[in-house]
Unconditional design. Structure first.
Length: 190
């Protein structure tokens, strides 16, 4: 059986971003579980000017160059955390930003962390990290382990996936490495 690390180290950034759609995160907080489905992603690679790893390995980006299927967590705008699933072989800086998730179970636990409900609960990268209590201490976390596990579901069919350019960046704006589940209400921007 292939481990998550083996699978994600064999995938290119856009392949990893597509493969993550429909998969689930299971987050354990205070002995309770919340489950969310990934519905929007963006791929990044060290050859890509929009990637944190573009200028090489640094203290901040070290996790992006490490083993696949680990979590890269960063702080942005002086107030928000965002998370990526690392992909590619060790030594290559690549990852998939998780842009939006859809709650599946344990919604009340997510609401307690974010004090929001409905689509606004997890329809953005910082929103989902707040709802799922993903912070800097989870940087480098192995996604095969609690308290945050990645569960593979069957890959979505191509006709269920929309491909577009990434949002919220100022470099490499024309690269079509954003993927989302067609017609899903939790997608951050259509």
């Amino acid at each position: 059986m292939t481990s998550l690390t083996q699978l994600f180290e064999s995938l290119s950034p856009p392949e990893a971003a597509r493969r993550l759609l429909g998969c689930e995160f299971v987050r354990t907080i205070d002995g309770r579980e919340a489950r969310v489905r990934i519905v929007e992603t963006e791929a990044y690679h060290q050859s890509d000017a929009a990637s944190h790893s573009y200028n090489g390995r640094t203290q901040r980006t070290d996790v992006m160059f490490g083993p696949a299927a680990h979590l890269y967590v960063y702080f942005t705008y002086g107030m928000h955390y965002c998370c990526n699933v690392v992909s590619g072989p060790v030594g290559t800086g690549a990852g998939t930003l998780i842009r939006a998730v859809e709650p599946v179970e344990g919604t009340e636990l997510l609401q307690r962390n974010r004090d929001r409900s409905g689509i606004d609960l997890t329809n953005g990268p910082a929103k989902l990290c707040q709802a799922m209590a993903i912070r800097r201490e989870m940087n480098g976390h192995d996604l095969e382990q609690a308290p945050l596990r990645l569960v593979l579901n069957p890959a979505l069919e191509n006709d269920q996936i929309v491909e577009s350019t990434r949002v919220g960046i100022s470099k490499a704006v024309d690269v079509p490495w954003r993927f989302y589940v067609k017609d899903n209400p939790y997608v951050s921007k259509s």
